[in-house]
Design a protein. Sequence first.
Lengths: 99, 629
Amino acid sequence: MNAANYLYVSALLFTIGAVGVVVRRNAIVVFMCVELMLNAANLAFVTFSRINGNLDGQVVAFFTMVVAACEVVVGLAIIVTIYRSRRSASVDDASLLKR
Amino acid sequence: MLINNGLVYLIALPLAGAAILLLAGRRSDKWGHILATLLSAASFSVGLLQLSQMLARPTGQRAVEQKLFEWISVGTFKVDAGLMLDQLSICFVLLITGVGTLIHIYSISYMSHDHDRRRFFAYLNLFIAAMLLLVLGNSYLNLYVGWEGVGLASYLLIGFWNQKPAYATASKKAFIMNRVGDMGLSFAIMIAFASLGTFSFAGIKEAAPHASTASLTAIGIMLLVAATGKSAQFPLQAWLGDAMAGPTPVSALIHAATMVTAGVYLITRSNFIFDAAPTAQLLVIIVGAITLLFGAVIGTAKDDIKKALAASTMSQIGYMILGAGLGPVGYAFAIMHLLTHGFFKAGMFLGAGSVMHGMDDEVNMRKYGNLRKFMPITFVTFGLGYLAILGVPPFAGFYSKDKIIETAFNAGGIRGLLIGSAALLGAGLTAFYMTRVMILTFTGAPRWDEKAHPHESPILMWLPMAILAIGSVSSGFLLSRGNALVNWLAPLFAEHAEKAEVLKPVVVTSLALLMVVIGVVIAFMKYSRGEVSSVAPEDVSALTKIVRRDLLQDDFNEAVFMRTGQGITNTLVKTDELVIDGLVRGVGSAALGSAGALRKSQTGFVRSYAAWILLGAVVLVAAIWLVTL
């Protein structure tokens, strides 16, 4: 199969993720959309690795997964803390920094 | 030149007095004035001692000098602070310390009611020291220090009663106008150093014949500017009238007898420059002739007795400057007039002080009248000074002023005729305004205010006046007997051939006396017959009004220099505010404004940040894509 198709899927996933981050209010959903974007990038990396015939992209994909795992741990902890104090997981409610 | 290490005491004694009185402060209130007077007298004694030693030496070895210390030493360039006493300086030393001591004695009584008398005496001693440094310095640089010193003392003493704003302003005016002259002196010194390579009088005298006429003329003109500032000569004359704000002894010492004659000293001392620069010399004559008429004309309309005397001083110094401008024939006569003037004008100022003392500090002559009955000693001493300034033989002014008029005529040609006539006319005007002062003050009906209780002044005041009056009577005769002063000073000046006499001395004397008689008669007709109003009449001719306003000297200075200066200053201030401050403030307000605008984008909504980041990323990718396409 043509390798470019994987790239199309990657772009599609990235777009879905980006739109999700911008339009959704629920922090958990926004978080999942971020993960979607990361994995879209991973898919692109792996595809390029395949196209170029070396392992560089594969290695970076593993890196990304490790970073994403760490990010999930920290991010979810923050979301849970915010939810506990504010009884809401909406990202728009946590807009205190503008003042 | 002989070395004499005693010269420094002349200056050190009064300087120590000033230092002690100023540093000891109120503790010396009780004895400060006595110490100051004694130190001034001690300085006078040192001067007399120096004179006796000088007289004992042959003509060629009369000058002595003393090196004080190495002042400036930069590589091979060295300037010593040194003093020099020669036949010219000794005249000044004795005048300054002699008249100075008399005025110290006078001030003990005159200032006795002033709680700041100690400070006054400290400044007087400071002045004496600075003036002595001025006439004793052996180079222009040393002279300059004294020159600035007397300017400072003059400023401090004019503004002695600086609690009155008008007096404080008068002192500032004197100081600022003097600065213009001082600038001339510093330029003269710089040009002299650049073209002749030395500061010392001896060195410049040696180098002057080899220098170019252009540089000598430039030095001469700059020295003249300096002299006009210090000696209140046209066009820098306007400060002298206001300087009368100072206590009367100050007017007598600084603004009549000594400091204002420093310009005459400067020109006479620089004779080797002026002799070689005819253009500068001509300018000196013109300045002298203009000022002697200018001052005399102002004197005719002044009702303030001190200002009338100040105008007279200006006029008489005009005579001296004129004499000094006439070259080697005139220098000695200028100095002679300076010395006789020192006696009679100081005496008359002290007389004016004595009158004010009795009249509750009233200075308006229209409020005097008939004081001769109540102040006989003041009347007699003032009267002797009056006869001396008029040039009535055998009083002092006759010998000195006639000689200047005669020498002016002998300058020859149309020039001699012009300046001679100006000097003659000045003599007539002098007779008029001085007679007016005499009539208004001492004769006629009393026009006093209620508060005035005229009485004769105490002995400490009339004794100095009497001594100065004796000087006014005899000094002219003594100085001119057998050409004493002329021969005494002759070694300092270039040799000169006797000029052909344009007018015989008898003719000049008769003409001068005729002018004096005319002036006196007019004054008598105008002021002695009938009542004198105690308020200056308002319905006078436009000319009188102009003269009352000092011939518009202040209006001219204000319109031409002050307003222009203010305009320039205002423009610069506006430029500073709009352009320079505008730039600085512009940067600040631009940062502030743009920050205010950008702040609105910081909404605090995470999603909008994310949208912006996304937009930025898209734009970046699009840009890269477009570039690489």
